[in-house]
Design a protein around this ligand. Structure first.
Ligand code: G3P
Ligand code: CA
Length: 348
């Protein structure tokens, strides 16, 4: 089906099936989620990267969370410390048999003493060479509580209301280590007065069992996002990601979650022989069930094949596909794009 016909078809299905809530979401501007902060400019998940994202007027700022040995939620993407800190030089004899340094083997005090840095690949080279210079700067790994204090303080001084978008990393790994990451995160949110802020906090996870636990056992009222991975990435979940992308799978998701966070290449599938973008039906299927769609990760320095510019990528997802928000390492560029769109709408 050619793109225009396909989109018209999807729009018709959506118009018939979208419930009121989803209609409302679709009518408002999509949200900009600063992925690991303004991580295109400063090392991911450092407080400066979060302050910069705030200054760029991100709607939400993302926190990936793991636990320390003493059960404290810290903001770190990996369950390991080696790709984004100097742990290997500071504690050379603390690796496990696999050669990795696990955050859960270190106390908060030890993790606080590490220097956080731009992400390195297994070859020791910067994953994104055009970003903040590797091995440079005096950054730290923050706790979730410290980061909430920063965002809440900036909200006060800048007169804004910025959301938290918290991912629970490795919940099954943590459970095997005797820790309940969902419970620990909810405790911090309660302490900081964020546990009932349904319009200002999303909780996200690749593991469906953890989302069901949050909804049904811990009874959080916060909106939940089911992340969808590529099976090859080895995310910490037993869920069938192919099934999640079907109508039956999304029927299931709608029972415990409020939206999905797919990889953007599960929506944009490439180009056909005539050069048209090929799109999956994932967004229409999700919207038809009242689920929001927040794909990841939009990077101006790592474009998908067949996409000529970051603007073209944003145009495809925001103007043509119609997602409800997106995760980006460059929140300033997404904000600027949406601002232009708002002006365009005002002129109509
Ligand atoms: O949480 C959305 C997106 O961040 C998932 O990928 O690996 O960057 O946490 P990852
Ligand atoms: Ca994440």
């Amino acid at each position: 089906m050619r793109r225009r016909h396909r989109l018209r078809h999807l729009a018709l299905i959506s118009a018939i099936l979208l419930p009121w809530a989803a209609m409302t979401a679709a009518a408002s501007l999509p949200i900009v989620i600063a992925h690991r902060g303004a991580s295109g400019y400063l090392p991911e998940h450092t407080l400066p990267a979060k302050a910069m994202a705030h200054a760029m007027d991100a709607d939400f700022i993302e926190q990936d969370v793991v636990l320390t040995r003493d059960g404290v939620p810290v903001v770190l993407h990996d369950i390991h410390l080696d790709a984004t800190t100097d742990v290997a030089t500071r504690f050379p004899d603390r690796a496990r048999a696999d050669g990795r340094y696990y955050a859960i083997d270190f106390s908060l005090e030890e993790i606080r003493s590490l220097r956080a840095q731009e992400r390195l690949g297994s070859d020791g080279q910067a994953v994104y060479p055009g970003r903040f210079p590797a091995h440079t700067g005096n950054f730290r790994v923050p706790t979730l509580a410290e980061e909430i204090d920063l965002i809440s303080g900036l909200d006060h001084s800048r007169q804004r209301r910025t959301g938290l978008y918290i991912e629970l990393k490795g919940p099954r790994f943590h459970r095997n280590e005797g820790q309940d990451i969902a419970l620990r995160v909810l405790e911090v949110l309660r302490e900081k007065g964020y546990d009932q802020r349904t319009g200002q906090v999303f909780l996200q996870c690749f593991d469906d069992a953890t989302l069901r636990y949050l909804r049904h056992d811990l009874q959080t009222p916060l909106p939940l996002i089911q992340l969808i991975a590529d099976p090859g990435w080895g995310e910490d979940s037993a869920v069938d990601y192919a099934f999640l992308q079907t109508a039956a799978g999304l029927d299931e998701v709608a029972r415990y979650a409020d939206g999905i966070g797919p990889w953007l290449e599960q929506i944009y599938l490439g180009r056909d022989a005539s050069g048209e973008a090929v799109l999956s039906d994932l967004v229409a299927l999700a919207h038809a069930r009242g689920l929001q769609v927040h794909p990841y990760t939009f990077r101006s320095d790592a474009l998908p094949e067949g996409i000529e510019s970051f603007t073209a990528l944003l145009d495809l997802f925001l103007n043509q596909v119609g997602v409800d928000g997106l995760f980006t390492d460059f929140p300033d560029l997404a904000r600027e794009f949406l601002q232009d769109r708002r002006q365009y709408r005002t002129q109509q």
